[in-house]
Write a protein that binds this ligand. Structure first.
Ligand SMILES: C[S@@+](CC[C@H](N)C(=O)[O-])C[C@H]1O[C@@H](n2cnc3c(N)ncnc32)[C@H](O)[C@@H]1O
Length: 289
């Protein structure tokens, strides 16, 4: 089986200050790339994920590696960690990207590179699919969604075209949406980042309530971290960074940012794993009183 390549792995392991006495909560288990390496140090891991496939993939992976003794698996949303975690722990990890599996093999329309139903729910307990948003939101709401969550320059034009096209035929698939975006974004833009990138980002964020989850979870993680323990967050875009920076401001002096700023992947890592290029690792430590 091909697994997700964990981002900033060495930097995560170094900054969790691991040893056999530590318990770490991996809030975004995914394929278990970080978790497996943490378990190999002898530390205990509580792994959380809200996606059934991630849970079953990692469960068998950890078992195959004979690492299940110190491993607890919880299906749930990290916004509920105050109910999911019984005691204070030594560290939290939140790796906020998408797993390669969700982008390539999950078949729910998370990537514009595959023609699939525009669902986008990674948390399948949620009721609203991306295609439902494209059906029910009015032009102004769609424009705001693409502007706020995708920082998309052509939000207005894209929203207008969606409203026009959906009168003729439902926008059902990623292919339908990509066609609309390509028809309104000026052609010279097409050679920069893919013009669908920002719109897809916006829809994924809203469908899975990503920013609300993060805003809710960070203060809970702060409360559940033992003095001297650490909270590590890997962000992938500026909206996540904004939430992490405001957490950093609001919870001082109880926590502080370790190092001058965030940690970026090395050029070597980016060349080996281009998906890591926008990753930033923020390391917070809880002060000892
Ligand atoms: C980038 S992947 C993690 C990859 C993992 N670190 C690895 O190396 O294999 C993010 C994972 O977090 C999960 N996830 C995202 N938001 C979540 C939330 N609010 N609660 C629980 N799981 C979440 C996704 O289902 C996905 O499996």
């Amino acid at each position: 089986m091909k697994y997700h390549e964990p981002v900033l792995l060495n930097e995560v392991l170094e900054n969790l200050k691991l040893d056999k006495t530590k318990t770490i909560v991996d809030c975004t288990l995914g394929d278990g790339g970080h978790t497996i390496e943490i378990l190999k140090t002898g530390a205990c891991v509580i792994g959380i994920d809200y996606n059934d496939d991630s849970i079953s993939r990692t469960f068998s992976r950890v078992q195959n590696e004979n690492l299940d003794n110190n491993f607890n698996l919880i299906k749930g949303n990290f916004k509920d960690i105050d109910q999911l975690i019984p005691n204070k722990v030594d560290g939290f990890l939140l790796d906020l990207g998408y797993s390669s599996f969700h982008l390539e093999g999950y078949q729910k329309g998370l990537s514009f590179q595959k023609d699939e139903e525009l669902d986008m729910r990674v948390d399948t307990s949620l009721g609203v699919k991306a295609k439902d948003l494209l059906k029910v939101l009015n032009r102004t709401q769609l424009e705001q969604l693409f502007k706020i969550y995708g920082e998309e320059k052509y939000s207005k034009k894209i929203a207008e075209e969606i409203v026009k096209k959906r009168e003729v035929k439902e926008i059902h698939s990623t292919g339908d949406l990509v066609e609309i975006i390509n028809s309104v974004v000026p052609s010279q833009q097409v050679f920069r980042i893919n013009p669908a990138t920002r719109v897809f980002q916006a829809l994924r964020i809203v469908v899975n309530q990503e920013l609300e989850n993060l805003k809710t979870a960070l203060p809970m993680a702060e409360n559940l971290t033992l003095p001297g323990g650490r909270i590590l967050v890997i962000t992938f875009h500026s909206l996540e960074e904004k939430i992490v920076r405001s957490f950093s401001r609001d919870f001082q002096p109880s926590i502080y940012l370790v190092g001058e700023s965030s940690i970026s992947p090395s050029n070597l890592e980016i060349s080996r794993n281009p998906r890591s290029r926008s990753a930033k690792l923020y390391v917070f430590e809880k002060r000892k009183k």
